[in-house]
Design a protein around this ligand. Structure first.
Ligand code: F6R
Length: 274
């Protein structure tokens, strides 16, 4: 797990944009997993700006969103589908047929979830999965107690998540109590994972994710065992990390580590000297 700490939300988004750009341009990744919520909004603005600068292109990109409320239609103003359409999809050159979403009005929850897994597999799996994190450590809507092996499934939302998401609704009682979500196992299958978190209210969840035990009581902690995860956070979200100095130094040292390794390999005759 690589932890990158930035000064503010804007810098978090700019750094995250670079990771997405490299994934799309250098790694030629074609399948993205996307979150909704407040956290990725600045990144989505960066992606729109990047497209306008012709640095990136979405014409052959497919997306899978992490989750959707049960009971809301795609055009319901509070649905995650509507959120994505208005915040990102209608501002980029993605083909509508390449956008994949769980259907919140399905008449068969189990079949809908199984079909979503099949659709992901049919496209060769998610290459870059972008994530936010809930205050209780959830990723997607995998609330505390969700199996770390879980596949796409239906979930009963916690009171905490309902309260947190009430800001998007007129009244808290309008927030749906159930949702469909990719499972932790589904997320873990992605080739590369980028998790963003900003603000002090995420600090406890961030500390549990990075430094706590791997447990289904904090689904984000599963990411510790993924081989390619970058966590980009601001100082407020980092503020409860016990080894804050170490994480900061480790992030700063990353480029230096490669310089050191190249020099050592050259010394050992494994790379050409110049
Ligand atoms: C939403 C999702 C959730 C959010 C999390 C943080 O699609 O997957 O896990 O990422 O609840 O939400 P914000 O960013 O609004 O704090």
């Amino acid at each position: 797990m690589r932890v990158v700490i930035k000064d503010n939300e804007k810098q978090v988004a700019e750094y995250a944009y670079e990771i997405v750009r490299m994934a799309l341009v250098d790694r030629q990744y074609k399948v993205l997993g996307l979150p909704t919520g407040s956290t990725p909004l600045l990144l989505y603005s960066e992606l729109i700006a990047g497209l306008n600068r012709t640095e990136i292109d979405f014409s052959d990109i497919s997306t899978f969103n992490l989750d959707e409320y049960l009971g809301l239609s795609a055009d319901h103003p509070r649905s995650y589908r509507y959120f994505m359409e208005t915040r990102l999809f209608e501002k980029i050159n993605i083909k509508p047929s390449n956008i994949h979403f769980l259907n919140g009005l399905t008449d068969n929850v189990e079949a809908e979830c199984a079909e979503y897994e099949d659709q992901i597999a049919a496209l060769g799996g998610i290459k870059l999965q972008i994530l936010g994190i809930g205050r209780d450590g959830h990723i997607g809507f995998n609330e505390p107690g969700s199996s770390l092996e879980s596949r796409t499934h239906y979930v009963t939302l916690t009171k905490e998540t309902i309260a947190d998401n009430a800001r998007f609704f007129d009244r808290e009682k309008d927030v749906p109590r159930w949702a469909l979500t990719m499972g932790v196992g589904t997320v873990m299958d992605a080739e590369q994972i980028l998790l963003l978190a900003t603000g002090e209210n995420k600090a406890a969840a961030v500390a549990a994710m990075i430094e706590g035990p791997i447990t289904q009581m904090c689904s984000a902690s599963a990411l510790q065992s993924h081989p390619d995860v970058t966590v980009v956070i601001d100082w407020a979200a980092a503020s409860k990390l016990q080894h804050l100095e170490y994480w900061k130094q480790a992030a700063d040292d990353y480029d230096e580590m490669y310089d050191f390794l190249t020099a050592a390999r050259r010394h050992a005759g494994l790379e050409d000297s110049y």
